[in-house]
Write a protein that binds this ligand. Structure first.
Ligand code: G
Ligand code: G
Ligand code: MN
Ligand code: NA
Length: 253
């Protein structure tokens, strides 16, 4: 496919970069973490959405290399943040399936950057559990043993939400943007009830909760009123590529 050959040259030319979006304390608006989001600026196509190109990276068998670069780059960047905020890195099910390789990449990214393990969060989605195997649990346990935090992204969108939580690996749940937006809209009692039940569940399991996709003050106020501790969305900051990104180490492909 055309996108795949373009992607291979993108990796060589260093066209990939990371943007960072703040995740704030719901009441104080203090920045608690920043989520690293992969960006590809194609010379002709312009910005290509990660939803489009991450699957291409996976099909091309390159997710190990790219994911390793993302981890190293995000940890290097975060190690320089004077506010001490955490950095959240998205990890796909294909990366998690690599098990020991992923754990090794995480350990090396922390060691190379000097970032404390507790300042690194890994965001995974429920789809990692679709295979339902013990390997996934073992890998999550090994990552927790390294000291990083685990976040269950897009919570409620998949098939096995509650079963994902029985082993206690996760620190944080992220409520998907679609629930956040609908819960604050008039005439959407179902989504409002779902958000309330996620927050009740999280309190019972002693988990932090981030509501994503917050664009308005009304959405933020509702989430605060319902007891959600962390907020993310364009209201608090868009994903931005740091000014010093040109000093970044080029991807080693
Ligand atoms: O920021 P944006 O809407 O473009 O991101 C879309 C999705 O792409 C994110 O929700 C995330 O799941 C995925 N994504 C973004 N960056 C990365 C990354 O570095 N690695 C992986 N595996 N997925 C990413
Ligand atoms: O899939 P994941 O949740 O990891 O990725 C988050 C995606 O959501 C990113 O692509 C980011 O650009 C996007 N995003 C973050 N905040 C907002 C927001 O307030 N509104 C919208 N429409 N998208 C957002
Ligand atoms: Mn995410
Ligand atoms: Na999400």
């Amino acid at each position: 496919r055309a996108l795949e050959s373009d992607l291979r040259s993108a990796l060589k030319l260093g066209e990939l970069s990371l943007a960072y979006q703040p995740i704030v304390h719901a009441r104080s608006h203090e920045v608690i973490a920043r989520e690293a989001l992969l960006r590809w600026t194609h010379p002709v196509r312009g910005e290509v959405a990660p939803d489009l190109f991450v699957p291409v990276i996976e099909d091309a068998g390159l997710i190990g290399q790219v994911g390793n670069w993302v981890l190293r780059e995000a940890c290097r960047e975060a190690a320089g943040w004077v506010d001490g905020a955490r950095v959240a890195v998205n990890v796909s099910s294909a990366q998690l399936a690599a098990g020991p390789a992923l754990v090794g990449h995480v350990i090396h990214a922390l060691a190379a950057s000097g970032l404390e393990a507790r300042r690194l969060e890994l965001e995974v989605t429920e789809s990692i559990f679709l295979a339902g195997d013990a390997t996934t649990r073992t890998t999550l346990d090994q990552l927790r043993a390294v000291g990083v935090r685990l976040v269950l992204d897009d919570f409620g969108m998949g098939y096995s939400s509650y079963a994902c939580l029985t082993n206690g690996e996760f620190n944080t749940l992220k409520i998907d943007r679609s629930f956040t937006v609908a819960a604050a809209a008039p005439g959407r009692p179902a989504e409002r009830a779902i958000v309330e039940s996620i927050l009740t569940l999280a309190r019972g399991l002693d988990l932090d909760v981030t509501a994503e996709g917050i664009e308005t003050g009304e959405q933020a106020a509702l989430m605060v009123a319902l007891g959600c501790g962390q907020l993310q969305g364009f209201l608090f900051g868009r994903p931005e590529i740091p000014f010093d990104a040109h000093t970044a180490v080029e991807p080693p492909f």
